[in-house]
Design a protein around this ligand. Structure first.
Ligand SMILES: [Zn+2]
Length: 198
């Protein structure tokens, strides 16, 4: 027993979304079926808009409506420092903690040999080009503190050895408001290694 074809079609499409099984897809399909028509049209327009209007900035590879993006054209930001991140969402988090301060370079991934992602699959050649062209003085590598993020950070520092720039890595340690007792030994070690003078 199947629902009418348009409903089945919607359910099939919704199950392609991450974390959505047939049960949830069916629930969502019926929610949309009963929803206000204006809302459903607005939603479908939003879906079309992200495909039609959003592209990657050709400089930093941020998601943007105009190229170069607003961050790259913001004259007030540090000109000779680049913050290197894995994904646009990571950039957003750093931006919210330090608004209007840094310029970014978004790799769109990390080196991950197990998944067949090598240096040429992320925006590393473009990073090298930018460092030369924009006379960058420092890059802050803000990839995640996991195997892939660390491998990528190490690789970047290797390929930029001859560039005469400062290469820094964000510090990893106990979260603000955290408790030493509940912190894992590796994080404690990282906090000790990254200690600061008071
Ligand atoms: Zn940009």
């Amino acid at each position: 027993m199947y629902y009418p074809e348009p409903i089945e079609h919607l359910i099939t499409n919704l199950t392609k979304l991450p974390g959505i099984g047939r049960k949830t897809a069916t629930r969502l399909a019926f929610f949309l079926l009963n929803a206000n028509r204006d809302y459903v049209l607005e939603l479908s327009k939003s879906l079309a808009d992200i495909k039609d209007r959003i592209r990657l900035c050709s400089t930093c590879f941020n998601l943007t409506e105009k190229d170069p993006c607003e961050i790259c054209t913001d004259e007030k930001r540090e000109k000779d420092i680049l913050c290197v991140v894995e994904e646009p969402s990571h950039m957003m988090v750093i931006e919210s903690s330090y608004p209007n301060h840094y310029r970014f370079h978004i790799l769109h991934g990390v080196i991950n040999p197990l998944e067949g992602i090598g240096p040429d699959d992320i925006r590393l050649n473009e990073l090298k080009e930018r460092i030369k062209k924009e006379q960058i003085r420092e890059i802050i590598i803000a990839t995640n503190p996991n195997i892939e993020g660390n491998t990528t950070a190490h690789y970047i520092s290797e390929i930029l050895k001859g560039y005469n720039i400062r290469i820094t890595r964000i510090a990893f340690g106990i979260p603000i408001g955290g408790d030493i007792v509940y912190t894992d030994p590796q994080t404690i070690k990282s906090s000790l290694d990254n200690r600061k003078d008071l």
